[in-house]
Ligand binder design. Structure first.
Ligand code: SF4
Length: 498
């Protein structure tokens, strides 16, 4: 008799375009005849659509009526991220459980936030076999510890959870892992087989998906970062893996041609940390561009201020480059350990103006509320304002030059295992500091939304171990609250295209 399981993908992956893990696992599970698999993939779409409806009908009017910079920032932040935040409050837990028809659930966790859903499933007496990127960032004992810290019964965590670490490919025997029912590290791989994975449980809902999202095809050529030093980053724990070793570029082009027909999309979003200028990548991207694909890649300041690298972008006709700029103040960038300062950012902008094709889209991510090295509060406020003015000038400069530049502002967040909290400039929040006037970063945003929109944060507060509330300090020990209490509202709106 077949074993009935449900394959549940993190609700967070809903806007990750067509996620790669989903494609690989759906293909493996479809080939494994000992499983009878249910895919509640419509669930992510339904919860997402409900969250957006609530946002548009009830919450946007409130946020629009707020005449503050924080209000404008919250309005910007509450785009497609809002439904994820909203699910994280536990609002859809009952609905999610009702949509899972089996006792056994195979779950792909995308970030640490997904561990809360594991708690919800365990407490409903489900047996969870969990894999995904987060299981490579954190060790099984750490994940079990998070779950217990959130209040999950230790017995359930010990008996009903299996954590799988490593990359699955078409040769991975998921049934054996399930039968053993113990934490497993996948050590033997034939990674080239991922290019033979074309199935996806989301395909069943393709027309709904396409009506809600920009439907890019997720792609990955390698993992691992050459820098591995940024203080806030968890990706530096990922193993270095090359998914293209021994794979002819024509096979990868063919993979995306098949996907483009099935998924009706000519956009390929490569999520490698840094797209390197290698002869392999040059050959692959030229072929993909010649086939009409629009390619998006991530890069960095240090690479992309280099003329040779920009020629690689131009010659391969890469459609869009994205990079995490994070800040523009030398102290802040140094604090984050980014390996560059304002001078290098200026050089990058000049290099774009000199060498980069105007048809290339540019997208920059920056972090809100990073530490500033000022001695006093007035000095800190002035530095914060200078930073946002700098971003606006940069955007206007590039746009005048003919680029279509987009900035995304992300709240600073402290993830477990990183060393962002140094006890001097960033500290853990105390219970008295849990309000949006004092907190910075993501928890500041959560508190702001709760205060203005009346959203119940108890589930998020119970899962604080996954995402620490933090407070920023100046050199003189004074608390320096969020940038959003000081930045000019009009500057902010122009940076964020509002
Ligand atoms: S943020 Fe980017 S550059 Fe920094 S360590 Fe992480 S992946 Fe590497």
């Amino acid at each position: 008799m077949k074993t009935k399981i449900t394959y549940l993908l993190s609700p967070q992956t809903i806007f990750s375009r067509f996620p790669i893990a989903s494609r690989i696992l759906t293909t493996i599970l479809e080939r494994e005849k000992r499983f009878d698999v249910q895919y509640p993939s419509g669930l992510a779409l339904i919860t997402y659509a409900k969250g957006m409806k609530k946002l548009k009908e009830e919450y946007y009017p409130i946020l629009d009526s707020l005449d503050t910079s924080y209000g404008a920032y919250a309005r910007m932040w509450c785009g497609e991220r809002f439904p994820i935040f909203y699910s994280f409050t536990g609002i859809y837990d009952k609905e999610i459980l009702e949509a899972i028809p089996t006792e056994i659930v195979f779950f792909t966790a995308y970030t640490v936030l997904d561990f809360r859903l594991v708690k919800v499933m365990l407490e409903d007496n489900r047996k969870v076999l969990m894999g995904g990127t987060s299981c490579m960032v954190y060790k099984p004992y750490q994940i079990r510890d998070f779950l217990v810290q959130m209040g999950t019964d230790k017995d359930l965590v010990d008996k009903n959870l299996v954590i799988v670490n490593g990359y699955a490919d078409l040769t991975t025997d998921l049934y054996s892992i399930f039968e053993k029912w113990e934490d497993t590290e996948i050590t033997e791989n034939k990674l080239s087989t991922i290019w033979d994975c074309y199935e996806d449980s989301f395909l069943e809902h393709l027309s709904i998906y396409k009506s809600m999202f920009f439907a890019g095809l997720g792609g990955i050529l390698s993992t691992g970062c050459w820098w591995k030093k940024c203080k806030f980053c968890t990706w530096l724990y990922l193993p270095t893996v090359n998914f293209t070793e021994g794979v002819p570029t024509d096979k990868i082009v063919n993979h995306f041609k098949i996907l483009s027909e099935k998924y009706q999309s000519m956009d390929v979003d490569f999520c490698d940390n840094y797209m390197m200028d290698t002869s392999y990548n040059r050959e692959l991207f030229k072929k993909l561009s010649d086939e009409g694909f629009r390619i998006k890649v991530f890069t960095g300041v240090l690479s992309s201020k280099n003329e040779k690298y920009l020629n690689f972008i131009n010659e391969t006709k890469i459609h869009k480059i994205c990079l995490g700029l994070e800040g523009s103040n030398d102290f802040s960038l140094n604090y984050l350990n980014k390996g560059y300062g304002k001078k290098e950012i200026d050089e990058m902008v000049e290099a774009y103006k000199k060498h980069l094709n105007r048809s290339t889209r540019t997208s920059f991510m920056t972090i809100v509320d990073v530490p500033v090295g000022a001695e006093t509060k007035p000095e800190a406020i002035s530095q914060i304002r200078q930073h946002y003015d700098y971003l606006l000038n940069m955007k206007e400069d590039l746009d005048r030059e003919g680029f279509a530049t987009v900035f995304a502002l992300h709240p600073l967040r402290h993830l477990p295992g990183t060393n962002l909290i140094d006890g001097e400039f960033i500290k853990h929040a105390t219970p008295e500091q849990m309000n949006s006037d004092t907190l910075i970063g993501l928890f500041g945003m959560y508190e702001y939304l709760s205060e203005k929109l009346g959203i119940d944060l108890s589930a998020i507060r119970n899962a604080q171990c996954l995402n620490d509330p933090i407070v920023r300090y100046l050199k003189n020990g004074e608390i320096m609250n969020s940038d959003m209490h000081y930045v000019d509202r009009e500057v902010l709106k122009k940076i964020g295209h509002m």
